[in-house]
Design a protein. Structure first.
Length: 263
């Protein structure tokens, strides 16, 4: 199986790349940081390193063409690359708004758009988009990040409708907080206290295990980790006033958990 993974130099992307390579898949590991990517993966013969700016449609088109010419028909695309900058409405940096929408949302759309034609020709394939529980919980304080991940969910569902007739599955994977550099940058940030309001953070390996296990096997439309967050998130989406009424207590829990080893 040939799997293309974005954001493969760190965090969830690196964990998926490592697990897929161990099981014998050919992994095209893509990241903007080509040096770090190469340092991590150059000695692994199951991994092909590619520099990619996911926010560039031109980069995606060029990568798809290179892979096609090399005979690497992509069976699975895992859109992992993402960024987070905290901020409340009225205090948002335009630069941060553009960055999050460009990487988190446009990157997913451009990636799916680049690999879909080949999958349609073969009438098979699987596009896996890493969203977040923030795809359901519109978290104040990380406002634009939540908006970008809501958009990823909407795109994933719509794309599943576009591509299902060709035998192509599209899955949204929505993990809660994960022990990555992104989580560390939020620690101690009052705007990001909601990120720490649960019981614990997942490990990147737990997300990789879900992606390469039940997600590839059953090809669900969406899956949330942990599962109960998906249920609570959908209730919060249907009843947003109820969700907003719970924020003060959730923030207090989160601030207490800034120093917790569970995160």
């Amino acid at each position: 199986m040939k799997i293309l993974v974005t954001g493969a130099a760190n965090g969830i992307g690196a964990a998926i790349t490592a697990a897929a390579a161990r099981r014998g898949d050919t992994v095209i590991a893509a990241d903007l940081d080509k040096l770090k990517l190469s340092e991590r993966w150059n000695d692994n013969r199951n991994v092909i390193c590619e520099r990619l700016d996911v926010s560039s449609a031109e980069d995606w088109a060029a990568l798809a063409e290179r892979l096609n010419h090399a005979g690497h028909a992509i069976d699975v695309l895992v859109n992992v690359a993402g960024v987070l900058r905290s901020g409340k409405t009225g205090e948002l940096s335009p630069r941060d708004v553009h960055l999050m929408l460009d990487v988190n949302t446009k990157g997913v759309i451009f990636g799916a758009n680049a690999v879909a034609p080949g999958m349609i020709l073969r009438r098979s394939g699987h596009i896996i988009n890493i969203g977040s529980t923030a795809s359901l919980f519109a978290t104040p304080g990380t406002t634009v990040y939540a908006a970008s991940k809501f958009a990823v969910r909407g795109f994933s569902i719509a794309a599943a409708g576009d591509l299902g007739r060709y035998g192509i599955a599209v899955t949204l994977v929505g993990p809660g907080p994960v022990k990555t550099d992104m989580l560390e940058q939020q620690r101690g940030d009052p705007n990001a206290s909601l990120t720490f309001s649960g019981k614990r953070a997942l490990t990147p390996e737990e997300v990789a295990e879900a992606v390469l296990g039940p997600v590839l096997k059953t090809r669900p439309l969406e899956i949330y980790l942990p599962g109960k967050d998906g249920i609570l998130g959908k209730i919060s989406t249907v009843l947003p006033r109820f969700f907003l009424s719970q924020l003060d207590s959730a923030r207090r829990r989160g601030e207490k958990n800034f120093s917790s080893s569970a995160f």
